[in-house]
Every structure is written in C-alpha cells, then in structure tokens.
Design a protein around this ligand. Structure first.
Ligand SMILES: Cc1cc2nc3c(=O)[nH]c(=O)nc-3n(C[C@H](O)[C@H](O)[C@H](O)COP(=O)(O)O)c2cc1C
Length: 191
C-alpha cells in the first residue's frame, strides 16, 4: 500500500480536477491511500510568518513528510500553475533548509475541458518541482480532456479505454514510488 499526498490545484467545489483525483483514488483502491491535502486555508505566503509557522502550514508539511509520494492534480490557469498550488508549493519549501518536497517520488496530471488538457500548466509545474527535488514520473503523461459523463456520479470512469489507460498510469506510478524509495535509501541528500 502506498500513501500518496494529493494536491489538487483547484478549490472549486465542483472541480474537474478533484473529480479526476477521486476517480483515480477509487481506481487505485487496495494499492494506494490517497490523502487529499487541504490547501484552502493556507495563508498567502509571507516570509514574516516563518518565525511562527501557521498551523495550516505545519499540518500540510507533516502530511507531505509522512507520504510515500506526492501527486499533483491540477488545472492550468493562464497556461501556468494556479496560484493556490504555487502558494502551497512555496510554503512547502520553507523555512530555509526544510524543503518538504525533497526526495519525494511524484507525478503531475491534470484535466481541463479544453483540448490542451493542462499541458502548458503541467510543463511549468514540472520545471518547478524538478528543482525542488521531487523525483517525477516521466511517462505516461496525463492530459485528461474532461467530457460530460466521462466520470460518473460515483467517480467511476465510464469509458473502457480511458479506464485502462489510467489503470496503466497507476501501475507505472506505483512502480515509480518503489523505485525512487530504493534510490533514496542508497543516497544521501546534498541539500
Ligand atoms: C483564472 C483561470 C484561468 C484559466 N486558464 C486556462 C488555461 O490557461 N488553459 C485552459 O485550458 N483552461 C483555463 N481555464 C479554464 C479551466 O481549465 C477550467 O475552468 C477548469 O474547469 C478548471 O479546473 P477545475 O474544474 O478543476 O477548477 C482557466 C480558468 C480560470 C478560472
């Protein structure tokens, strides 16, 4: 069983990305525990607050620390990272020397109703997470184009080919988490 901290880059109640994340959680039942990190109560990052870290920040950093892996499920906003997610990422790197992301196996996926399917936003996020030392799964990329009914009210994927593709994705992610754990056990972090 793999514990995964899931960061959804949308606070919207009817978020398509939250829906996709829930569908994946259901699809991966028995193999993964998806723990959804609360990002909505994190204050806007302000270095002055680092002297007395807000409780919501401490909570999020603990959730990441105990997770075997991190999964970002996010829309793109103006072809980039939604501010709610960037804010969480920045808090996760602080205070200096306490980067919660370092050494975590990770994956980035996302959905939008548009044909680009979050590809541009994911590319920005990928470059940020790489320098923060999240060890990202390369393939398969998931640029999920949301269509009405593709995920039903019970969070089941209604299309066979899409379900199989996402099952394959989860299998790769699971193997990736194990592989990175072995690599991390053999090496010392330098920063
Ligand atoms: C501020 C903002 C910027 C957006 N920029 C993009 C964009 O660059 N590309 C895109 O495909 N959709 C864009 N959209 C539309 C989102 O893909 C769409 O609202 C999607 O449903 C958001 O994901 P969510 O349902 O998980 O909240 C934008 C939406 C908002 C609110």
């Amino acid at each position: 069983m793999h514990d995964v901290a899931v960061l959804v880059g949308s606070l919207r109640r009817d978020s398509l990305n939250l829906k996709l994340a829930r569908a994946l959680a259901k699809l991966g039942k028995g193999r993964f525990n998806f723990n959804f990190a609360e990002l909505g109560d994190l204050p806007i990052y302000n270095q002055d607050m680092e002297a007395d870290l807000p409780a919501s920040v401490v909570r999020m950093k603990k959730e990441i620390a105990k997770a075997d892996a991190v999964l970002f499920v996010t829309p793109e906003h103006n072809r980039s990272i939604p501010s709610v997610l960037k804010n969480a990422i920045d808090w996760g790197t602080r205070p200096w020397g306490q980067n919660s992301w370092a050494g975590k196996p990770g994956s980035i996926i996302g959905t939008s109703p548009g044909n680009v399917g979050t590809a541009a936003g994911q590319a920005h996020l990928r470059s940020v997470m790489t320098i923060l030392d999240v060890i990202l799964l390369g393939q398969p990329e998931v640029y999920f184009v949301s269509k009405p009914g593709l995920i039903d009210d019970k969070d089941d994927i209604t299309d066979d080919a899409t379900r199989e593709f996402l099952q394959g994705y989860l299998t790769r992610f699971e193997a990736w988490i194990d592989q990175v754990a072995q690599y991390e056990a053999r090496t010392k972090r330098v920063a």
